[in-house]
Design a protein around this ligand. Structure first.
Ligand code: COA
Length: 245
């Protein structure tokens, strides 16, 4: 992959690392970063050497403090139109990655930061992580998927409270409400994400991908249709296995 300005892309032992790399701006998601993420995610998707992706933030202070507010309002209508478009596209791109994605979250995870983490399958946080959707305070609604992804992880009343009040929550509370899978000391954040990645890699990768498809697609279906879809995937996997023999 080429060099990027706002992210770092590395891969080793089946794991792709995407590092949000604007630490002086708390890894705020500017349009350039959006474009670069949009470019790098297909590599995670299509590279047969990559089995699991880890998304993390550079620097000491943040996973990401959200959309780059310095890009808001310079040309109001165009900026809003652009931001709606790019956030939707990036969300779709994240969703289309069939491989498991893990967010390793430290410091601030606000707005598009927490929303990007919620596009991942598994979230591991360090004890210093702080989460929030500040949009309501800025006269906006979450548009990087947050109003839809959070209710799929957290009970609805709590989601409404987080969105309507723009309050921040800490890592312990994020764990309690199911927003993150695990909270670890800061020094153990990346090792914990890598341990999780290796546990996934030790399983059958085709089965993992079919399972991801079953989980993510099924959420948008009525139960009966979702059970049918699960059955179809199970048959397809079994058929593939027979073909392999
Ligand atoms: N977009 C652009 N720049 C951002 C940013 C964002 N979302 N969040 C932080 N930064 C920049 C600051 O402008 C500052 O840059 P500077 O050093 O050139 O002045 C730098 O990151 C450090 O942030 P600072 O505000 O000085 O740190 P803090 O510890 O006082 O506060 C936050 C940290 C996260 C509480 C605060 O930066 C903040 O509220 N950021 C905006 C969060 C937000 O509203 N995101 C958009 C959601 S839609």
């Amino acid at each position: 992959m080429g060099d990027f300005e706002t992210i770092i892309y590395e891969k080793t032992d089946g794991i792709a690392y995407i590092t949000l790399n604007r630490p002086r701006a708390l890894n705020a998601v500017c349009i350039k970063m959006r474009d670069e993420l949009y470019e790098v995610l297909p590599a995670v998707k299509d590279d047969p050497d990559v089995l699991v992706g880890i998304v993390k933030g550079a620097g000491d202070r943040a996973f990401s403090a959200g959309a780059d507010i310095s890009e808001f309002g310079t040309t109001p209508s165009q900026a809003v139109a652009r931001s709606v478009r790019w956030e939707r596209d990036l969300w779709g791109m994240f969703l289309s990655v069939q491989k498991p994605m893990i967010a390793a979250i430290h410091g601030f995870a606000l707005g598009a930061g927490i929303e990007m983490a919620m596009c991942c399958d598994i979230r591991i946080a360090s004890e210093d992580a702080q989460f929030g959707l500040p949009e309501a305070n800025l006269g906006m609604v979450p548009t990087a998927g947050g109003s839809q992804t959070m209710p799929r992880l957290v009970l609805l009343g709590r989601v409404s409270e987080i969105v309507f009040t723009a309050d921040r929550i800490n890592a312990a509370e994020a764990l309690r409400i199911g927003l993150v899978n695990q909270v670890v000391p800061r020094s153990e954040l990346l090792p914990a994400a890598e341990t999780m990645a290796r546990r996934i890699i030790s399983c059958d990768q085709t089965a993992v991908r079919y399972a991801k498809e079953a989980i993510t697609r099924g959420l948008d279906m009525p139960l009966g249709a979702a059970l049918e879809m699960e059955k179809r995937l199970a048959f397809a996997l079994a058929g593939q296995r027979r073909g392999e023999k």
